[in-house]
Write a protein that binds this ligand. Structure first.
Ligand code: GLN
Ligand code: ZN
Length: 754
C-alpha cells in the first residue's frame, strides 16, 4: 500500500498564534512555560490534522521557535564561542543567538535556497565541537508518541547544516564532518530507542552545484549513519538531483524523496532500476504554492510509478508545507471562484490522502472528489480573468524594439543633462520618507471606510507637501514624493492591477515571528488605470526641483507574490512589464522627468544551478527593459537595488541599461562599488552613503570617506549621492540630520572638484 506523508507543516499556527506568543515572550509578557504550553498545543493540533487527513505518519521535528536550521544548531550544541555560553543551550541562549545580545550581534540570516524563508546561519571554525542536547527534539518526539501517533522524525541533514554554516575563508568545513556525524549518530540511536522507525534527513543542497568533495561526503555520511538505527529517508527538494542518481541509489538509506513539482524530468533516472529494498517518495503536491493540485495529472504519474514500485511508492508534497499558508477555510472574503482554485497546507493534506486512496482503492472509489478537483482546474483554465486575449496578444507581439530605449546611453544622458541641469554629484533619496503613526492610521482608516476618499487624499497630499518642504529645506537636488500612500512595494501595485487577489489570512513565515502575506497573481495582469501618476503630478506641482516618479519593477512584483502555476514565470513577468510600462509612459506624459523602477529582488530569482542562470537573466533583463523602454531619451530611468551581492551578475545589471542605478553599499564600505568599477559599469551610479537600517546618524567625515572612495573608482560626472535605501522605517529627526550631513558632504566634495 502506498504511504502518504509530508516533509513538514507550517509551525506558526492558523491564526499566527506562535507569532503572538513569541512576541509576548520577548517583551516579558509570557514566561517560558507559557510559551512551551502554546507550542505543545500547536504541535498537537498539527499532528492531529495530519492523522485526521489519513496520512501514514505525523511528521515531528518541523516545529521551531525561530528556525529549523537553528534548531539543529541547538540540538547539536553548536553555539559560536563569541556568545560565551557556559552550559547547554536552553531557550534563552537560542533566542540570544537568533536575536543578538547587547554584546553580540545575532547570527546572520540568509534566504533558504530560492524561497522567501530565512534561516539563521550557523558559525563554525576549527574549534567547533558538538554534543547532543537532549532538551531539543527528543521531548517533542516523546510528546507525539504519548499522543499515540505513528511518528516520522524530520530534520535538516548533516551535510546541509554544514554547507550552510559560515566559516572563515580557507577553512575546510568538511574537517568537522566526522564530529558532526558522531552527534547525528547519537541522536539517531536515541530515536531508535524511543521506537521511532523512520527519520527523514533533509539534504536540499543536493540540488545545488556541489564540489566533488561534498558529493563524496554524501556517501561517507550516509554509510556512517545507516547503522545507527532508524530507517533513513533522505529528502531532496527545490531541484533536480538526477545527476546523482547512481550515487543515491547506492546509498545504504531506506528511502529517497524527490521534488517532482520543480523537477519532474528527474523521475526516469530513478524509477527504472530503483533498488528493491528502498522506498521512493514522490513530491507531487506543490509545497511552494497555494494552488490546487491537478489530481488527474498527478495520478497519471503516480499510477505509472506504482506499476514500477508497488509498495515502495510514497506520496508527498514537493517540499515542506512551511512555504504555503495554513488553512484556506479562513478566507471568507476571497472571491469564491478564485478560492475554489486554491489549496493551503490543510487542504494539501486532503489532496495527499485522496491520492493515496485513489492508488489503493482505484479512482472509482473517489470519483466524486476527483471530479470536483478536475472541475475546479477546468474552471480556472476557462475563466475570463486567467486568459485575457488582449494581454496575450500584447505579449505575443513584443519585439526587440520594445526592450530598447531609443538611443544609447551616451546620447540619452546628454539629453537628460540638458533638461535636468543638475549639479555634479546630484543628491537624491530612494523614495520613501518616514511612515509615521499618523500616516499609517490614515491609511488604515481609509481602508476600513472610516475616512472618506477626499479626506484621505487631502491627508496624503499634506504628507507629500511636508516631505517636499523638508527636502527643499535640506537642499536635495532630485526630490521624491515620499510614498505615504504605500503600505509596501507589492501590495500597493497589486491592488491596482488586474490579475491580482489578496488573502485575509494567507500568512507564511519569513523568519522568527515575522510573517508575510504575499498577494496572489491568479490571472493575466494588466493595468486598468494609472496607479501613481496623480501623486507624482501633485508632488511636482509643489516644487521647481525635478520630482522622481517611483514604482516597483516587474521582478519584484513577481518574486514577492504567489505566482500562478499555469503559465511560465517568464510570461507572467512580461505581462507585469507591460502593465508597468504603461505607468512609466503615463508618468512621462505627466511631465515627470525621472522615473525610478525599484528592483531589489533580481537576485532572488536566480536558479539554484549556475547552468540555468543565463536563461533566467535573459528574461529578467528583458522584463525590466520593456518596463523602461517606452520613454524618450530625455526621461531619466533610475533603478534601485539593495541586499548587495551583485558581483557575479554585473553583466546582467549593466544590461538593464538604467540611466542611473542606486545601490546599497555603506555597510560593506563600498566593497560592492569596487566590483562595479572593475567591471567598468557604464552608466550613472549612486552608491549608498549611509545605512538606513539603524537610527544612527553617521559622524561627520564618515560619509565623506565613503564618497571619496567612490570618487576614486567612478568618474565624478557619473556619481550620485544618496542613502542606501528608502527611509520609511526611520523617524524624521534622524532622517533630517543624516540627509543634512549627506547634502553638506556632496557640496563640500563638489567644491573640492572645482
Ligand atoms: N522606493 C522604495 C522605498 O524607498 C524602495 C524600497 C526597497 O528598495 N526595498 O521605500
Ligand atoms: Zn533598497
Amino acid at each position: 500500500m502506498t504511504t502518504a506523508h509530508i516533509l513538514g507543516f507550517p509551525r506558526i499556527g492558523a491564526q499566527r498564534e506562535l507569532k503572538a506568543a513569541l512576541e509576548a515572550h520577548w517583551q516579558g509578557g509570557l514566561d517560558a512555560a507559557g510559551l512551551h504550553e502554546l507550542a505543545r498545543s500547536l504541535r498537537a493540533r498539527h499532528w492531529q490534522q495530519q492523522r485526521d487527513a489519513g496520512l501514514d505518519f505525523v511528521t515531528v521535528g518541523d516545529f521551531a521557535f525561530y528556525d529549523q536550521l537553528h534548531n539543529v544548531s541547538a540540538l547539536i550544541g553548536a553555539a559560536p564561542a563569541r556568545f560565551g555560553f557556559g552550559g547547554p543551550l536552553g531557550l534563552p541562549e537560542y533566542f540570544a543567538m537568533a536575536r543578538g545580545t547587547p554584546a553580540q550581534p545575532a547570527l546572520a540570516m540568509k534566504k533558504w535556497f530560492d524561497t522567501n524563508y530565512h534561516y539563521l546561519v550557523p558559525e563554525v571554525d576549527a574549534g567547533t565541537r558538538f554534543a547532543l542536547n537532549r532538551d531539543w527534539l527528543l521531548p517533542e518526539v516523546r510528546e507525539a508518541l504519548a499522543l499515540g501517533h505513528k511518528v516520522k522524525v524530520a530534520l535538516p541533514g548533516p551535510l546541509t547544516w554544514l554547507w550552510l554554516a559560515s566559516a572563515e575563508a580557507g577553512f575546510d568545513k568538511l574537517r568537522l564532518l566526522s564530529l558532526l556525524l558522531n552527534v547525528y549518530w547519537a541522536l539517531l540511536a536515541e530515536l531508535k530507542a524511543l521506537g521511532v522507525e523512520w527519520v527523514q534527513l533533509d539534504e536540499p543542497i543536493l540540488a545545488l552545484d556541489l564540489p566533488a568533495a561534498w558529493i563524496a561526503a554524501v556517501t561517507t555520511a550516509y554509510r556512517e549513519l545507516a547503522g545507527a538505527g532508524p530507517a533513513l529517508l533522505l529528502a531532496t527538494y527545490f531541484g533536480d538531483v538526477g545527476e546523482h542518481a547512481a550515487l543515491l541509489k547506492a546509498l545504504p538509506i531506506a528511502g529517497l524523496h524527490l521534488d517532482l513539482v520543480r523537477a519532474p524530468q528527474q523521475l526516469p533516472a530513478f524509477i527504472a532500476d530503483w533498488p528493491a529494498d528502498k522506498r521512493l517518495s514522490l513530491g507531487i503536491v506543490d509545497g511552494r504554492n497555494p494552488w490546487r493540485t491537478d489530481l488527474a495529472a498527478a495520478l497519471a504519474t503516480l499510477h505509472a510509478a506504482q506499476a514500477a514500485l508497488g509498495e515502495r511508492l510514497w506520496v508527498a508534497p514537493s517540499c515542506s508545507l512551511l512555504h504555503v499558508p495554513h488553512d484556506l477555510s479562513f478566507e471568507r472574503r476571497l472571491d469564491p471562484r478564485i478560492r475554489s482554485w486554491m489549496a493551503f497546507a490543510v487542504q494539501k493534506l486532503d489532496e495527499l490522502a485522496l491520492l493515496k486512496r485513489a492508488l489503493r482503492d482505484g479512482e472509482a472509489a473517489v470519483w466524486r472528489e476527483l471530479h470536483a478537483a478536475a472541475a475546479a482546474i477546468e474552471d480556472r483554465r476557462r475563466a475570463p480573468t486567467t486568459q485575457v486575449a488582449a494581454v496575450r496578444a500584447r505579449v505575443a507581439a513584443l519585439g526587440p524594439d520594445d526592450a530598447r530605449r531609443r538611443s544609447p546611453f551616451a546620447q540619452r544622458i546628454a539629453a537628460q543633462r540638458a533638461v535636468l541641469q543638475l549639479p555634479k554629484l546630484p543628491t537624491t533619496t530612494i523614495g520613501s520618507f518616514p511612515q509615521t503613526a499618523e500616516i499609517r492610521a490614515a491609511r488604515a482608516a481609509f481602508k476600513a471606510g472610516r475616512l472618506g476618499e477626499a479626506e484621505y487624499i487631502a491627508a496624503m497630499q499634506a504628507e507629500i507637501r511636508h516631505a517636499v518642504e523638508r527636502q527643499e529645506a535640506l537642499g536635495l537636488d532630485v526630490l521624491v514624493h515620499g510614498e505615504p500612500e504605500r503600505n509596501d512595494m507589492v501590495e500597493y501595485f497589486g491592488e491596482q492591477l488586474a490579475g491580482y487577489a489578496f488573502t485575509q489570512n494567507g500568512w507564511v513565515q519569513s523568519y522568527g515571528s515575522r510573517c508575510v502575506k504575499p498577494p496572489l497573481i491568479y490571472g493575466d495582469v494588466w493595468r486598468p488605470k494609472p496607479m501613481t501618476v496623480e501623486w507624482s503630478r501633485y508632488a511636482q506641482s509643489l516644487t521647481d526641483k525635478p520630482m522622481k516618479g517611483m514604482l516597483s519593477g516587474p521582478l519584484t512584483m513577481l518574486f514577492w507574490s504567489f505566482v500562478r502555476d499555469d503559465l511560465p514565470k517568464r510570461e507572467v513577468a512580461l505581462q507585469l512589464a507591460l502593465a508597468l510600462r504603461d505607468e512609466v509612459v503615463d508618468l512621462e506624459a505627466a511631465s515627470i522627468k525621472l522615473i525610478q523602477i525599484d528592483e531589489p529582488t533580481i537576485r532572488e530569482g536566480l536558479p539554484l544551478k549556475k547552468a540555468d542562470w543565463p536563461a533566467y537573466l535573459d528574461w529578467a533583463v528583458q522584463a525590466f527593459r520593456i518596463t523602461a523602454g517606452g520613454v524618450r531619451d530625455e526621461t531619466q530611468i533610475h533603478t534601485h537595488m539593495c541586499y548587495s551581492e551583485f558581483n557575479d551578475i554585473l553583466p546582467a545589471i549593466a544590461a538593464l541599461d538604467a540611466d542611473v542605478i542606486t545601490i546599497e553599499t555603506s555597510r560593506a564600505r563600498m566593497k560592492l562599488l569596487d566590483a562595479f568599477a572593475e567591471f567598468r559599469y557604464p552608466n550613472d551610479i549612486g552608491p549608498g552613503l549611509y545605512d538606513i537600517h539603524s537610527p544612527r546618524v553617521p559622524a561627520a567625515g564618515e560619509m565623506r570617506t565613503l564618497l571619496d572612495k567612490a570618487l576614486a573608482v567612478v568618474p565624478a560626472e557619473r556619481l550620485w549621492v544618496n542613502p542606501d535605501c528608502g527611509l520609511k522605517t526611520r523617524a524624521w529627526p534622524e532622517t533630517e540630520a543624516a540627509l543634512r550631513q549627506m547634502v553638506a558632504t556632496a557640496r563640500a566634495a563638489r567644491a573640492a572638484l572645482g
